[in-house]
Design a protein around this ligand. Sequence first.
Ligand code: CP
Length: 306
Amino acid sequence: LIHLLSTEGLSRDILTHILDTATNFVSINDREVKKVPLLRGKSVFNLFFENSTRTRTTFEIAAKRLSADVLNLDISRSSTAKGETLLDTIANLSAMAADLFVVRHSQSGAPYLIAQHVAPHVHVVNAGDGRHGHPTQGLLDMYTIRHYKKDFTNLSVAIVGDVLHSRVARSDIHALTTLGCPDLRVVGPSTLVPENFSAMGARVVHSLDEGIRDADVIIMLRLQNERMSGALLPSSQEYFKKFGLTPERLRLAKPDAIVMHPGPINRGVEIASEVVDGDQSVILPQVTFGIAVRMAVMSIVAGNEA
Ligand code: CP
């Protein structure tokens, strides 16, 4: 693996190898994951052309724990604002001996474009591009599911909400189908969950109650208002009434079902606060696992495996 641009096309062996590698870096109880020298002498450039809290900071922590030198380019203060193109920006940063670019961009495909133009020894990791993909989120979601449920081949998983605009949903669907999940449902209104998602191997369901019934895993998604135009925008209250996950509705799922969310959450829109903060929520462990998964990805693509 030279770059990580998508979960689509990754084999079950590679997905499992990344998850297994991440287990070496996880330490939930004593939070001190020791620093390892796997990226010593390498420079990681975090390029976030779109806002981020979790992904940017966990990539930074992960790179530091791998002993890399990390540079976070402040895009809003960069010469991008003066009209410098994406590829010229990359060429200039490459001239500063970057080894690995972590890229988030509002345009689907931007990390692919960069990967086509960097030198062969430079690696690119997609940290979310448009609505296309968010592969490390997909991988940390798989890590979380495997941690709590052990195996994918007997699971019912429901992905609920604005699937249409969600790069997380696409990355999760590719990974879950490859890992053998036999019952994958995408759940939401027809405007946000079109029928063509069935071509990806998921069952399309337009009722929340039906979609989460007897599920082992529920992945809730935020309404991506920034990617919608007027006609699609539902009112928050109306949406919550029909598709918000409440404690009452959660009782339709298996009693030991876990509730996930990639964040940022909008309490009272797609999910009730009681569920976010409840016993079945694993939303914050997802964030913690993200560090280990990103350590695994960077150590694998940059050539020094754990
Ligand atoms: N899950 C996720 O990508 O969160 P951020 O946008 O905060 O990075």
